[in-house]
Design a protein around this ligand. Sequence first.
Ligand code: CTP
Ligand code: MG
Length: 249
Amino acid sequence: MYALIPAAGSGSRLGAGLAKQYLPVAGEPMLRHTARALLACAQLRLLAVVVQPDDAQADACLAGLAPSRRLRVARCGASTRAASVRGGLRWLLEQGADPADWVLVHDAARCCITPQAVQRLIGACSGDLVGGLLALPVADTLKRADGAPPRVGATLARDGLWQAQTPQMFRIGELLRALERALDPARDGAQAAITDEASAMESLGMRPLLVAGDAANFKVTLPGDLELAQAVLLARRQSACGDEETKHA
Ligand code: CTP
Ligand code: MG
């Protein structure tokens, strides 16, 4: 089992002046929290963090988290998330991964992922032919906006709708084939629809498994999300300290 964290984005919607994966949350860069949670997965042979070729922060950010054979920085980030993941998959194959091996792809910006949720995904998908993803059934009523300022154009049926999260777990070779096809410049327009790994697999006709995720596994995208992530991580830390104190009381 391999894992890939695409961490080559710029965080433009957050607009912090620093790529969001390096912003401090609960005292550590977001990427460090994310990598630590994935490394807790004992089945993981290697976690590759995909960054831009000129990235100057990843090594310091991840220092000391794991032995170098389990955590590596791959400088093959590209201009879109899908292209960064494609680069990371090619890199894993160069390092000796087998195309039939599983890979977990997880956003650096989902720093509140728990090892338990990762195990839930692995447990549900490892016997599956296709693979799958963490996702949440939509709970809110959905509106389609119309005009400016926006007014409700329509209320949409939410039956059967899920919000996709990560990690997403697929076989390296199949996912790479799906992304290479989707990113082929000859297939004009196909790229925009590929916003996660599952959508690339779906474009090959496959039907990934939906596995229940957690509301706390949201993607830090807008400025207010940072505070929320910090609150979640601090509350977990406090509860872990409380557990330790009870054990030693
Ligand atoms: N990502 C990447 N390569 C890119 C773009 C994004 O590896 N060219 C990564 C981001 O670092 C992030 C994940 O994909 O961990 C999810 O993307 P997103 O939340 O969109 O992050 P950004 O692209 O950095 O943010 P924004 O879209 O607001 O610029
Ligand atoms: Mg983006």
